[in-house]
Each structure stands twice: as C-alpha cells, then as structure tokens.
Design a protein around this ligand. Sequence first.
Ligand code: FAD
Length: 505
Amino acid sequence: MRAESGRTKSLWHGTVGDLSRPTLESDARADVCIVGAGIAGMMTAYLLARAGRKVIVLDDGPIGGGETGRTTAHLSDALDDRYTDLERMHGADGARLAASSHRAAIQRIAQVVETESIDCDFAWVDGYLFPSGRDGEERLWEEMEAARRAGVAVEMAEDPPYEPFGGSMCLRFHRQGRVNSLKLLDGLALAVERCGGRIHTGTHVTAVHGGSPVRIETASGATVLASSCVTATNSPITDYVVTHVKQAPYRTFAIAARVPRQSVADALYWEDADPYIYIRVQPGESHDWLIVGGEDYKTGQKDDDAERLDRLAGWTRERFPMVEAVEYRWSGQVLEPADGLAFIGPNPDGAENVFIITGDSGHGMTHGTIGAMLLCDMVSGRENEWSKLYDPKRVRIGAAADLARENLNVAVQFGAWLLPGDVPDETDIPRGSGRVIRHGAHMLAVYRDDAGEVHQHNAACTHMKCIVNWNDLEKSWDCPCHGSRFGPTGDVLNGPAVKPLERPS
Ligand SMILES: Cc1cc2nc3c(=O)[nH]c(=O)nc-3n(C[C@H](O)[C@H](O)[C@H](O)COP(=O)(O)OP(=O)(O)OC[C@H]3O[C@@H](n4cnc5c(N)ncnc54)[C@H](O)[C@@H]3O)c2cc1C
C-alpha cells in the first residue's frame, strides 16, 4: 500500500480504527467504479449504492488517506471565494446555484449521518466572518448584500460569541456544520458495504480507458469493467490538461490546541483575508479542541513549513489565552479553481462514460458532496440544474486575470531546469531529507534516508516535467506546477501524475 498523502497526523487520524480493505486481486465488473475513497468518492459510492447500483471503490491508500483525513471540516455555504466575486464571474443565477448547492450538500451530509446513524460529531453551528484590512467593513457589507441576493441566510452581527480577529463587527451565517471527517468516511464505507458495494484499498489505478464499458487498470494487473467510472482522486488522473490549467494547488496548514471545555463557543470563525485564517471548535469529553488553519502558499514554492506552523500556533496562543497545549500540527493540499467553483461532470477529454470531481477550493467537503449528488444524477441520465455551473469544460471570462496569473506562475516554474539545484553534492543532504541536485543536463531528486542510504530519482514530475521540490514537513517531493506529489523514494502520493518518479538513466 502507498503511504498516506503526508507524514503529519491530523486530529482525526487517532479517532478511527483501521480504514483499509483488501486489495483488488482479480478482475471485476461493476455498474460504477469509483476511484478515490475521500469524501467525493465515498459519498458518490454511497448515493449510488443506496440507489441500487453495483459499485466498486478503488483507492491506493486507506480510506481517507488523502486530503479528507487532513481537512478541518467546516461545512459551509459562506464560500471563501465570496459571493461578490462569484456573482461577477458566474452571474446572479450562478451565485444563487452555488449557494443552494452548498446548502443542499450540508443538508445531505446531515441526512446521511442520521439515516445511517453515523457517530461522527456532526453538528449545526453558526459561522462568523470577520473583516480584514482598511476597507474590510465596507467589503463585509457588500458581501452580505451579494450573499443575500444568492439566497444565503446571513446578517450583520455585533455580538459574536468570540472575537479572534480583534473587532466585534462580523457577518453571521446561519446553520453551518462541522464533522469529524474520518468518522464520517468510516460510516459511509460501512453503509456502502451494507448495500453490497465493494471497497478495495492499496489498489493503485494506472489508467482509465473510456468506453462501453470503461476499463480501469490497476498496478497489480487486475482490471475493472464498469458502465461508468467516477475519478474522485482530488486531482484528476483522467484529465491531463484541461482542469489542471484552470486550478492551482496550494498547501495549507492546521493545528489543534487543547482548551478547557466550552471556553470557546462552538462555532466557525473566518477572517475575510487572502490567505485567511479559519477556526473551529471540536468538543471533547474532558476538554475541547480549537482547530486553527491558514498560512497557505502555492505548493512546492516555499520551504518554511515548520515556521508557518509555529506562526499559526503563536497567533492562536495570543488570541486564545485559554489554550493549554498545541498537540497536533499538520498540512494538506487544496486545489483553487480560477473561478472559485469545483469541476464536476464528464471527463473533459471526452473519454466516454468517465466523470470527474475536482477543484475543492477549500470547500471540498461540500464540493465533494455536490459532486456525488450531481454525478449520481448524470450517471442515471437525470437532469440536474447544477450541471452547467460545475461543467469541467467551462471558461468564465471574469476569471481570466486569475487564470493568466496562475499559468504565468506555472511557466515560471519551468525555469528551475536552468538553476544549479539546491546543493552541489549528496553529502550536503541531512539524513531523512531530500534535495534537488544538478547532474549535467539532468536534475535529480535525491533523498537520504534515516540510515544514510541515498535514493536518486529524476526530478522531473511525471505529469508535465516540472522540477519537483522537497517538502521537509511531509517528507514528499511536491510539484510546483499542478500539485502532483511523490514519496521520498518516488512513489506517487497525489495526482495528476500516476507514474512514480523515474530512475535516472
Ligand atoms: C488543512 C485543510 C483544511 C481544509 N478545511 C476544509 C474545510 O474546513 N471545509 C471544507 O469543505 N474543505 C476543507 N478542506 C478541503 C477538503 O478537505 C478537501 O477538498 C476534500 O477532503 C477532498 O476530498 P476528495 O475526496 O476530493 O479528495 P481526497 O480526500 O484526497 O481523496 C482522493 C483519494 O484518491 C486516492 N487516489 C488518488 N490517486 C489515485 C490512484 N491513481 N489510484 C487509486 N487511488 C487514488 C487517494 O489515495 C485519496 O484517498 C481542507 C483541506 C485541508 C488540507
């Protein structure tokens, strides 16, 4: 089985038992094969299995080994791309549909939790958005008006239950949610299996060939034939270019601090900044957890992760004097679509009967659930009013500036081919760490393990040949272009790459 998507552990990892299942060892058939057992894949499998479809889920890690195990799991329709911007990019109807789809996703999660009696700490809570910067209050008023036009239940409030950002004026969004994401996946997996669905972990998918049926190939040689395939791999492995040039990978950081019970009101708190700080409470039996996230940067383009976590911890202690200890620190990756909304629908390269869910935009718990609801209808041939809004092929003129900026940034990354590398020689690499070294015309990703043994791979990402960078916190090679990630010894942790880093010739 491959490693999980990072070395750090989130608050959720210790709260569930083993989430692995037997690997796929022989050929199989299904109505729908779902690749990826995060929120998008497991919710899709659940809804289809409940509708009587024969489903098979394949994942190369354990269930929840990707970003869903690292989320902070705010369930929210207070979209962080802001309704003022969504209205500009998608029109008034688009903003209204975005709001109603996120609301429907929160309601669907609540309904599934109740129907299946999943013990996952789901609760309805309010969310508070605080202003930031000089014209922050003015922007907040505009955001309230735009959110209301989109049908969101929101009001200006002067009595937030806590004031982490140093001002009392804020927007209150009603009936948001929170959940323990891994307990939710655990419950979904058991429900899928009760409906006759199969889940295979430790099963790396190497190719998906569209058609009737779709043929899904795995690293062990076993194949699945299915009427449809949903690739819910977070970053699509079935689309080489189209969605990847319209979204950008960002690394984000989170900590969980122990606080006395009920010392911070159980709610969601956000700052209206970019990047912003996001906060929530996770009630416990003897104490509560305060979960604080932020400090985002573009994947593979900084190497100060430990300092970022320290800053987050310091900020938290300053604003929440009741913090007793910061016990968890972790990071993960989110994909930011240029126009703020996920890409859900037919695979953009036209592969027959293949569908994708991607573009979480920091709202992946709800975007993943929207994906499940929308694709459940598409696979069944039913109309869904959200399909145009989330169409993976869409281009929104209003997002052109963001699109150009991100793709210019990608182009700049190819300049790494001309650089000398991080260090001149492998003896400069500390144990348990990696560096890029130039070797003639080649760039090598060199990892020295804890025992001192050196592992060399070609540093060119197997997706589009950008040079990967070492991530010392998560012990991974991260691609600064489209977010592919590889373990220290080259195995794939995150798409769009499906092949490991190559051995040097
Ligand atoms: C720190 C952090 C905080 C966040 N906070 C929030 C929040 O408050 N609210 C919110 O809504 N969202 C939040 N997000 C985003 C959200 O958690 C994610 O967008 C969401 O969990 C992604 O779900 P997914 O199912 O798309 O992907 P994943 O959970 O990553 O699942 C994809 C799965 O596909 C598998 N896979 C990939 N490639 C292959 C292959 N070739 N073969 C087989 N399997 C494969 C992986 O192993 C993985 O298990 C946060 C994310 C992070 C990192």
